[in-house]
Design a protein around this ligand. Structure first.
Ligand code: ADP
Length: 275
C-alpha cells in the first residue's frame, strides 16, 4: 500500500480576489490523523470544502489513492472514500438516528443502483425535505441481503456511540441533544466505510466532558487505523490525537509537523498560539 492516501498539490481557491487557499500542498497517509489549525479566516474550512468537492478549486490537484478526485462532485468523492461532517452539524431532522445512518450507507456503491442515483440527487445535494419524504413514502429499497448488510452497519455505528445513541436509535434527530446530533452525523459519515474521514470542528459547541468524549472516540478510530483530516479549534484535543499538524494563516501553510514541533514553532506562536 502506498504511504500516501490523500495528496493535495498547489491547491488554490479565490473568492473575488481574496486568496482563501493560496497554493497549498499536503498529504494524509492511509492511517494518519492530520489536523489543520489556524486563526479564523485562514482557509481551513475552504480546504476541507475543496478536498470533499463541496466547492471547485481554481487550481491545483487532489488525488485519493493515486486517483484524481479534484474534478469530481461530492457524491462521487464520497463513493471514492471521503466522508465528511460539517462545522454546524447537518442531520435530517425528521429522520431517526438509524435512518440518518442509513442515508450514509445508501450513498455508497453497495446500495442498489436506483437508490444510489436518487441519493446523489437528493441526499448528498442536501435537499433534506425531499430525501425525508422519499424515505417516508417509498422506504429504502434493496435486496434482502443488502437489507441485512445495512442493518449490520447501522448496528455497528450505533454501537460505537452505544451509551448515547443506543437508547435514541429510533428517535427523530430533531429531538436529540446537540451533541447527539453531532454523534449521529459522525456515525453517518463512518457508515460509508470511508478511507478518509473529514471532520470540521467536531467539538464546536460542546462542553468539556462532551469534548473529552469526542477525543476518546477519535483515539478509538485512530487505533482502528482510520485516516482522519480534522479541523479543530481546541488545541489540547488536536495535540492529543494528531500524528501531524498543519498550521494555516492567510490561505497558506506556515508550519507543519508533529504536535510537539508545531507547538514550539515561533511562526506558529506568532500567528496563532500567541494570540
Ligand atoms: P477558516 O475555516 O480558517 O476560518 P475559511 O476557509 O472559512 O477560514 O475562510 C477563508 C477566507 O475565505 C475568509 O476570509 C473567508 O471570509 C473567505 N470565504 C470563505 N468562504 C467564502 C465564500 N463562499 N465567499 C466569499 N468569501 C469566502
Amino acid at each position: 500500500m502506498s504511504d500516501v492516501l490523500l495528496q493535495v498539490e498547489k491547491l488554490e481557491r479565490h473568492f473575488e480576489g481574496l486568496k482563501a487557499v493560496d497554493g497549498i500542498s499536503f498529504t494524509v497517509g492511509p492511517h494518519e490523523v492530520v489536523s489543520i489549525i489556524g486563526p479564523n479566516g485562514s482557509g481551513k474550512t475552504t480546504t476541507l470544502n475543496l478536498v470533499t468537492g463541496t466547492i471547485p478549486a481554481n487550481g491545483g490537484t487532489i488525488t485519493l489513492d493515486g486517483a484524481d478526485i479534484g474534478h469530481a462532485d461530492t457524491a462521487r468523492i464520497a463513493e471514492d472514500g471521503v466522508a465528511r461532517t460539517f462545522q454546524n452539524g447537518r442531520v435530517f431532522a425528521t429522520l431517526s438516528v438509524a435512518d440518518n445512518i442509513e442515508v450514509g450507507i445508501h450513498s455508497t456503491l453497495r446500495a442498489s443502483r436506483p437508490f444510489r442515483r436518487l441519493s446523489r440527487l437528493f441526499l448528498l445535494r442536501w435537499i433534506p425535505l425531499l430525501a425525508e419524504l422519499y424515505i417516508a413514502i417509498i422506504g429504502t429499497p434493496g435486496s434482502r441481503r443488502e437489507r441485512a448488510e445495512i442493518d449490520k452497519t447501522i448496528a455497528r455505528e450505533i454501537q460505537r456511540f452505544e451509551a448515547r445513541l443506543g437508547p435514541r436509535r429510533d428517535d427523530p434527530a430533531y429531538s436529540l441533544s446537540y451533541a447527539n446530533r453531532r454523534r449521529t452525523e459522525i456515525a453517518r459519515a463512518l457508515a460509508l466505510g470511508p478511507k478518509l474521514l473529514v471532520l470540521d470542528e467536531p467539538t464546536a459547541g460542546m462542553n468539556q466532558s462532551e469534548t473529552a468524549e469526542v477525543l476518546q472516540q477519535l483515539l478509538d478510530l485512530k487505533a482502528e487505523g482510520q485516516a482522519i483530516l480534522l479541523v479543530e479549534h481546541k488545541l489540547d484535543l488536536v495535540m492529543s490525537v494528531s500524528d501531524r499538524v498543519i498550521v494555516m494563516d492567510g490561505g497558506r501553510i506556515i508550519a507543519e509537523g508533529r504536535p510537539e514541533q508545531v507547538r514550539r514553532d515561533p511562526a506558529v506562536i506568532e500567528a496563532y498560539l500567541g494570540r
